[in-house]
Design a protein around this ligand. Sequence first.
Ligand code: CTP
Ligand code: MG
Length: 166
Amino acid sequence: MLPAYVPNPVAALAGGGTPVDFGRKYSDGRRIFGDGKTWRGLVVGIIAGIFTGVILIRVDGWFPAAGLPQHTLLSVILLATGALMGDLVKSFFKRRFNRERGSPWPVADQYDLVAGAFLLLLIGDPAWLFATVTVPVLVVILIITPVLHRATNIIGYVFRVKEVPW
Ligand code: CTP
Ligand code: MG
C-alpha cells in the first residue's frame, strides 16, 4: 500500500500554486474541487508514489524471500494515481455537500485513497488486485489506513505542514 499512502503527505508538502479546478465554480456556485487540490500536489504526489513503488520492486529483487506482494510498474502507477484521484473525487463531493476546504469529513477523508486506488486497479489490473488484496489483506488495510491517516496528519500539523490535525 505504500505507493498509495505516500502521495497524500507528499501532496501536502509539495502542494500549492494553481488549483486543479483553476478557481472555477460548479453549477451550484461553489468551487469544483477547491484550493486544497493543486496541480503541483497532484503531479508531485503521484510521482512520489510511483517512485516509492519502483524502490519496492527493486528491494524485492534483492530480497525475494521477503514475502511481500510483487509489485509491477502498472500496479504501482495505478495505486499512486488512484490514491490522489480518490482524494480529488472526495473533494468534489465535499464541496457539493457544502463542506469547506480542510473541514473534516469522517470516513471519506480516511478511505478516499483506498477506494480510488482499488477502483483504478479494478479497471487497469484486476488480476493483480484479486491475487494480492485477499480478504485478510483487505481487513488489515481497512484497520491500518485510518490509524496511519491520523498519525501522519498529526505529524503534519505539529510541523505546520497542515493547518488542521485531520
Ligand atoms: N494538496 C494539494 N494537491 C492535492 C492534494 C493535496 O496541493 N491534489 C495539498 C493542499 O495544500 C491541501 C493539503 O495538501 O490543503 C492537504 O490535503 P487534503 O487534506 O486532502 O486537502 P484539504 O485542504 O483538507 O481540502 P479538502 O477539504 O478538499 O479535502
Ligand atoms: Mg483534509
